[in-house]
Design a binder for this molecule. Structure first.
Ligand code: TRP
Ligand code: ZN
Length: 868
């Protein structure tokens, strides 16, 4: 909380620390509201200077300070920490503090999740445990001794290896941990509780046995198997694809119910949001299984990209996150469907990431200025960061990329590095000049590529003119041309690919777009071709090319790049939406474009198409992505067009949807990619059949389903289409799952995203549900986050009631959990594309929040930018 105006930190102001900390011995005596922490560190002055030692600390009660074993009062406590002025060149500092985990609702530092103690230290949570140099470039060897009641907390866990344990007469016990790898404080973890433990082991490439342990709430052991399989698959994948081996003798994962984010890669002791660990056929959907595999992989891959080589400062966050997202995406793609993974990631970039780029929080993947670091764990740093790594991979190729990664890791092992270090290693290993490419790290906003072409029949020459332009963003007016890899192919009217010829020889598919405007000439082109542009989504840009409906239909049918096949359908849909918008101002539903119906028909009838890809091709973009097509648009009108298209496709192709449904029934449930693909396609068909009024079928699926994917698809179909049976399904589902918060989150989410005027009142009622709680981030995201973020029509109600609901929740979370509040505010600050009336209503709400007496830094940063 702040009284004074929050300070901005700038990337350019980076200074190395005045002191180093070589070792830290922690002694933690756990009690709910009075935990005592003794921190003994060996500190050493960095260079010749007389600067004081300034330790970070928040919400700590200071009990004792000693230098070389002698108590001292030569310190000052400031609002943000502890300042010691005249300290020796090298010394041992002892600090004793008291904290209250039970009162910690922010879930940062040491807190209680249910009956267990756990920690979350990234980015700056360690300073809520003790006074420390809480910055990622200070790496120390940690040893941690935990003492707690033996009955309540039989498991006492921390990083590294267990080196001692014992019992006291008073019913308490202790365990001592030693982490051999120096690490920054944000990777520290401590967990104490009573759990069920799933144990397994993994033998590394070089033959070392690693103990694997997954800690879950009692009674949940049978739901940890998939997480364990995913962990072993991650370890094997990193060895095979990147030649990276695990380095400790033990790897632990703990699942907790109260967690602000997805999971955390603490060295040797990952802490996970339970939703990314627990799964069984009855409670988890196919997508839950895939999410678990992805997040387990992500945290495991951090062991090298993040832990062994960490970040010099938090402005470099994408150094570990963009790279690790790229690694988890490759992992998921190697294990499952590469195309489907690509499509799903591109949907995120084109929807919420492009919206972030266009909003008040626009920032480069390596930000320049930050008020609250927690606000920069963003789609831009993570997902666009991964796209930047992917572009490097596209430019360099797999082999040179792996050489570059190996060079980077070997050169900086045990150190804190920068994005510049990473690009330098990539450049050296490949011999490529990446100086212009580096602009991706410092420039925010979404580049727009405008492509025009010219065909010279007499000379059989085809010329592409490519223009790039990045619109100004709130944080940055001037934009420079970027190095953009543009992957393309050329197709004949018969759908045959042409060999690309330039300057007399055959050339590869990737064009280096470097300038604001550039021409590319292809020779020996026998007739006017159709270009397949941005194959595989080779760069995170918006593409403008004047495709005709016929060209898009051709690419959807024939392109060898499956991403382009999908993208051609998306472009066709987008074209329909744009074309219909003018017409849609009138109340009657617009006519359905023939070209779209025919393309959908062809997809449904194409027996050679992969089912999972088919399901993606037949799924319309959501409203959020469609918003990005316009500078300004009335959301109600856009929603009407969107619904009209969906309804039209449901009716026009009714027999084919029935056929697709019947053809893709699966026998007894198995978690297996072929079956998942069948279910995906069957359930897309079911969604259209529900719109077409096939209530009996939807009912039948709901009542006969033997897995959560099918149960939810039926209930969702019924609720979205407003079928009569929907309410009964919701009641039945609640009855069956009222005891299980994670399962009930699906139920909250579905009702929060339901169409219709009654939704807002329903959301208010659900906030009183016994399973709902504002103190559990998963519940808040499922109900409030889904309503504000994924139900634009009801959230943006003309009477402003949607805004008022969100504001009242934010007022409460501003105090109890600023991080969660700040993530929830997103739909309220991204209003640039809305009409004037709504913008004005939103502004008045934001001004009300701005005037709160104790506005957190998190909300202050976002709201002040939105109002600027
Ligand atoms: N490093 C975590 C990741 O894997 C991110 C994270 C987890 C985090 N918990 C957090 C960031 C809490 C900030 C606050 O991506
Ligand atoms: Zn991460």
């Amino acid at each position: 909380m702040t009284q004074t105006k929050p300070q901005v930190q700038y990337r350019d102001d980076y200074q190395p620390p005045h002191y180093w900390i070589d070792t830290l011995d922690l002694d933690v005596q756990l009690h709910d509201s009075a935990t005592e922490v003794v921190a003994i560190s060996r500190i050493r002055r960095n260079g010749e200077h007389s600067e004081p030692l300034e330790l970070d600390g928040e919400q700590l009660e200071l009990l004792q300070v000693a230098i070389n074993g002698v108590d001292t009062s030569q310190y000052q406590q400031t609002g943000s920490g502890l300042v010691l002025s005249q300290v020796p060149q090298e010394f041992v500092l002892t600090i004793r503090t008291r904290i209250s985990p039970a009162a910690n609702t922010a879930l940062e530092g040491l807190y209680k999740s249910g009956n267990a103690f756990c920690t979350q230290c990234e980015a700056q949570g360690f300073r809520r445990i003790t006074y420390y140099l809480d910055r990622p470039d200070v790496l120390a060897r940690f040893s941690t001794r935990i003492t707690a009641d033996a009955g309540l907390y039989p498991y006492l866990l921390s990083n590294g290896n267990r080196v001692g344990q014992g019992r006291f007469d008073d019913g308490r016990h202790w365990v001592q941990w030693q982490d051999p790898f120096p690490k920054p404080a944000y990777l520290f973890a401590l967990v104490a509780g009573d759990f069920d433990v799933l144990r397994d082991s993994f033998t590394t490439h070089s033959g070392r046995a690693v103990a694997l342990e997954i800690y879950v709430d009692k009674g949940n052991l049978h739901r940890a198997g998939h997480a364990m399989d995913s962990l072993k698959a991650s370890m094997a994948w990193d060895e095979q694809r990147c030649h990276l081996e695990y380095d400790l003798d033990i790897y632990m994962i703990v699942a907790v119910d109260f967690f602000n984010m997805g999971a955390m890669e603490n060295k040797g002791l990952n802490v996970f949001n339970a939703k990314f660990v627990l799964a069984d056929a009855h409670t988890a959907t196919d997508n839950d299984y895939l999410d678990i595999e992805r997040v387990i992989g992500h945290e495991y891959f951090h062991n090298w990209t993040g832990n062994r080589v960490t970040c010099r400062d938090w402005f470099q966050l994408s150094l570990k996150e963009g790279l690790t997202v790229f690694r988890d995406q490759e992992f998921s793609s190697d294990l499952g469907s590469r195309t489907v993974n690509r499509i799903r990631n591109v949907r995120i970039i084109r929807g919420p990431q492009f919206a972030e780029d266009a909003g008040p929080m626009a920032h480069p993947i390596r930000p320049d200025a930050v008020i609250e670091m927690n606000n920069f764990y963003t789609l831009t740093v993570y997902e666009k960061g991964s796209e930047v790594i992917r572009m490097l991979h596209t430019l360099l190729g797999e082999q040179a990329f792996q050489r570059g990664l190996a060079l980077y890791l070997q050169r900086h092992d045990g150190e804190a590095a920068t994005c510049d270090d990473f690009v330098a290693a990539m450049s050296e290993a490949s011999g490529r000049d990446l100086s212009r490419f580096k602009r991706w790290y410092g420039q925010s906003g979404t580049p727009v590529l405008t492509v025009t072409d010219d065909y010279d029949a007499a000379r059989e020459r085809y010329t592409l003119t490519v223009r790039q332009h990045t619109p100004a963003t709130l944080d940055q007016q001037e934009k420079l041309p970027l190095h953009i890899p543009l992957s393309l192919a050329l197709y004949t009217a018969q759908g045959e690919p042409l060999t690309l010829m330039a300057e007399g020889r055959s050339v590869g598919p990737v064009l280096d777009v470097m300038e604001a405007e550039q021409q590319f000439v292809f020779e020996q082109v026998p007739s006017r071709p159709t270009p397949a542009l941005l194959q595989g989504f080779s760069a995170p840009v918006k593409l403008n090319y004047g495709y005709t409906d016929e060209q898009l239909a051709l690419l959807a049918r024939c392109c060898l790049d499956e991403f382009v096949r999908w993208d051609a359908v998306q472009m066709l849909i987008n074209k329909s939406v744009v074309a219909h918008l003018a017409q849609a101002q009138r109340p009657e539903a617009p006519a359905l474009p023939r070209a779209l119906v025919e393309v959908f028909r062809a997809i449904l009838e194409d027996a050679s198409l992969d089912r999972a890809l088919k399901a993606e091709m037949l799924t319309l973009p959501d409203l959020g992505s469609l918003l990005e097509l316009f500078e300004r648009v009335d959301i109600d009108v856009l929603a009407r067009v969107h619904e009209g298209l969906q309804q039209g496709l449901a009716d026009a192709l009714h027999p084919l949807w029935q056929q697709a449904y019947a053809d893709n029934l699966t026998p007894a449930y198995r978690i297996e990619h072929q079956d998942m693909a069948r279910r995906a396609l069957k359930n897309v068909a079911l969604g259209y059949l529900a719109l077409a009024g096939d209530e009996a079928l939807v009912q039948q699926q709901y009542h006969q389903a033997d897995n959560m994917t099918d149960t939810l698809a039926a209930m969702k179909g019924a609720v979205r289409a407003g079928l009569e049976g929907g309410q009964a399904m919701l009641a039945d589902f609640e009855n069956r799952w009222r005891h299980d918060g994670l399962v009930l989150d699906n139920w909250f989410r579905l009702q929060a995203t339901a169409p219709g005027e009654g939704t807002l009142e329903r959301v208010k009622d659900l906030m009183q549900h016994p399973t709902f709680s504002l103190s559990n981030p998963n519940r808040v995201r499922a109900l409030i986050g889904a309503f504000a973020g994924a139900n634009p029509v009801q959230f943006h109600r003309r009477d402003g009631a949607g805004y008022d609901l969100l504001v009242s929740v934010l007022e409460q979370l501003n105090h109890s959990n600023p991080q969660v509040a700040s993530r929830l505010v997103t739909p309220l600050i991204q209003f640039a594309r809305l009409d004037d009336t709504r913008q004005a209503m939103i502004r008045s709400r934001l001004q009300r929040l701005m005037a709160l007496p104790e506005l957190s830094r998190d909300l202050f940063e976002k709201i002040s930018k939105a109002l600027a």
